[in-house]
Design a protein around this ligand. Sequence first.
Ligand code: HEM
Length: 187
Amino acid sequence: MLNQNIKESTTQAHAKLEGTVVRQLKAVRSNADYADVLKAFYAYFNAVEKTIAPYITPDVLPDYAERRNSSHIKADIIELGGNVDNLLQVETPTVNNALEALSALYVLEGSIMGGPYIVQMLNKYGVQQGTSFFSGYGDNTHNMWQAFVTVLNKHGEDPATHARSIEIANETFSRFGDVFTQLAATE
Ligand code: HEM
């Protein structure tokens, strides 16, 4: 199934990005530091959402409107006293159909699974506010992920489509990493 194939083929990209995000979070000492990390998430997630929007119609993913998205990141930034002005410039993968769009969304949706670990880390560094985005779907996380994966697999029934799908997912991971490289350069 496509989801298994993507998971195996993006393991390295995930590990690399996870390392980058953990390093960023370890440097958080205040709400303002955390808001800066969230701003990088916002710039990227918002841009990817815009890129995929034409293809993620209600027919494709009926519960899309109920899913966590960058508006939650924005709300968290504002709760922390920050704003979404002067965002970093980001590049997103180019997608041309529903499957490619779902393959990029796989990366955004999957980030929810790391959320509880991120919230734990933040609590350790004294940050208690602005965690609605990383709290994801709470107890419903497993069900929401299964529903997403079912849609992804349905669109990726033809194994001939998998290589492109994997390419998009890997690019979605790596371009997010580029945003943190840029963030580090501004610090
Ligand atoms: C501190 C950072 C992170 C940690 C500790 C983390 C941890 C995890 C863990 C434990 C899982 C597996 C959950 C399971 O199989 O039940 C997972 C899955 C996943 N994570 Fe992360 N993650 C982090 C950051 C991210 C980020 C920033 C993204 C993307 C923007 C991401 C994308 C994914 C994806 C796509 C999956 C789903 C893999 C699959 O089952 O197909 N993660 N993560």
